[in-house]
Design a protein around this ligand. Structure first.
Ligand code: DAH
Length: 369
């Protein structure tokens, strides 16, 4: 700023005048400072090695001796005064800053802490994990299959051919996309149209196609039905499929495994079960498994509709046509299969009145588990 002017005229009056201007400007600016860092910067601008005052002192060196003494001592005095003023201001600012930090960051260590909200596992997840652990302990391994299935795995290979009335047992979401563009591709694989799997039973086929017996598997997963929803029906729900294949598997084996499973799942060592004849195309004989009502202990209640029994799952001995569909040697293998509706189990276990709560996204519901 004034360095340019200095080059034009050197004399002590001008110099003293400049010193005054510097002092005035520094004090004015300093008075308005409220920030420590900005004040440090300002200090360097005035008092630093390349600051206004240093430039002055350098210029003063070139004055005649008398003038140099006069202006030199004035400049040095001013430097001391400004230095003191800056230091004082900085000390003040540091003090108030410290005080405001104390104000702002004061901690009352006696106050109770703020609880971090914890997440909750969905009751379906809890029961699925529980069920898996029980079956794993009995030598079953978990396998998976796709939710988008083909007609062949979901129906045909399970002995449910097209136009068979048994297909009506499963109201199906068919996928439109495969009607035109994918038709030829799917047809060449001979797997039929695509759909959302209506049960986990197709995983049986996928596993048997790629594995030789003996084996024990479970396949938990989501399934879909084209149905109207109400308190006990959803368009998507969860099943757990089971399959054991070996040379001499009997209904007695099945009964033991499934009773053991249900007793441990419901934590009731004397839980009774019964098998009722039923029909599923992929098993022969087929049956329905009931458990003695866990709500009323067979005294009769609204949950078991006064019958004393609760329907738990479909099951049966694997149909030889299913073994044939996966290419096993006829009559060589025997096995049992079952399919449990997990939502129903969860509803019974936790006394949940409406299946739609599972997907309601209502945190008040989830927080209970
Ligand atoms: N897949 C059947 C359903 O969703 C349930 C079922 C019945 C599964 C009998 C089985 C079985 O493995 O053997 O209705």
């Amino acid at each position: 700023m004034f360095a340019g002017r200095l080059r034009v005229r050197y004399n002590d009056e001008i110099m003293l005048d400049e010193l005054k201007k510097i002092e005035q400007s520094a004090r004015e600016k300093l008075a308005n400072m409220g920030d420590i860092d900005a004040t440090e910067v300002l200090k360097i601008q005035f008092l630093g090695r390349k600051g206004a005052l240093s430039l002055m002192l350098r210029a003063i060196k070139n004055l005649p001796e008398q003038e140099r003494i006069k202006t030199g001592s004035a400049a040095n005095r001013l430097r001391q005064e400004l230095e003191a003023a800056f230091d004082k201001k900085l000390a003040e600012l540091k003090k108030t800053n410290h005080e405001s930090v104390l104000q702002r960051e004061w901690i009352d260590v006696t106050r109770p802490g703020v609880k971090t909200p914890r997440g909750h596992l969905h009751p379906l997840t809890l029961v699925r994990r529980d069920a898996e652990a029980i079956f794993h302990s009995m030598g079953f391994v978990t396998v998976e299959g796709p939710e988008v299935e083909s007609e062949r795995y979901n129906f045909d290979a399970l002995n449910i051919p097209a136009n068979h009335p048994a297909r009506d047992m499963w109201d199906t979401f068919w996928l439109r996309s495969n009607q035109k563009s994918q038709k030829s591709k799917v047809k060449s694989q001979n797997d039929g149209r695509l759909l959302l799997r209506t049960h986990t039973s197709p995983v049986q086929i996928r596993y048997m196609e790629t594995h030789e017996p003996p084996f024990r598997i479970i396949a938990p997963g989501r399934v879909f039905r084209y149905e109207a929803t109400d308190a006990s029906h959803e368009i998507q729900f969860y099943q757990l499929e089971g399959l054991m294949v070996d040379r001499h598997v009997s209904i007695a084996n099945f009964k033991f495994v499934i009773q053991e499973f249900l007793r441990r799942l419901f934590r009731k060592q004397n839980l009774e079960i019964r098998l009722r004849p039923s029909y599923f195309p992929f098993v022969e004989p087929g049956f329905e498994v009931d458990v003695a009502c866990i709500v009323c202990n067979q005294k009769g209640c609204s949950v078991c509709k006064r019958s004393g029994w609760l329907e738990m799952m479909g099951a049966g001995m694997v149909h030889q046509k299913v073994f044939a569909a996966v290419g096993y040697v006829p009559a060589e293998w025997t096995g049992f299969a079952f399919g449990i509706g997990l939502d129903r189990v969860v509803m019974m276990k936790y006394n949940i009145p409406d299946i739609r709560l599972f997907h309601s996204g209502d945190l008040r519901f989830l927080k209970q588990f």
